[in-house]
Write a protein that binds this ligand. Structure first.
Ligand SMILES: [Zn+2]
Length: 102
């Protein structure tokens, strides 16, 4: 399973209030964590601040194990998205200077 397929499985399980865009073709590696695929999503606010969210999944997992891991990845992304949305826009504007890991 490649990153795009994993992203699709994740998107299919998001709750309706979650506003995350799958990010594709993202070659930059922030954490350089070998042996893990990184799946990126972008959260955005009406104030035009965006945050890059990501989850990792071991390269060693086979397709069935990936399927089994999807709900916990969805849960992690939803929590990251909600905490981004709960920040006020003053905090958002401070984030706009750059992306932060998690
Ligand atoms: Zn905002």
């Amino acid at each position: 399973m490649d990153n795009t397929q994993i992203q699709k499985l994740i998107v299919d399980q998001f709750s309706e209030d979650i506003r995350l865009r799958p990010m594709s073709g993202f070659k930059m590696d922030f954490s350089a964590n070998p042996g893990f695929k990184k799946i990126f999503f972008a959260a955005s606010c009406d104030c035009e601040t965006s945050a890059l969210l990501s989850v990792e999944i071991s390269e060693e997992k086979d397709d069935n194990e990936i399927q089994a891991a999807i709900p916990s990845l969805v849960d992690r992304l939803e929590r990251q998205e909600r905490s981004f949305r709960m920040m006020d826009c003053g905090t958002h504007s401070k984030m706009r200077t750059g992306f932060h890991k998690d």
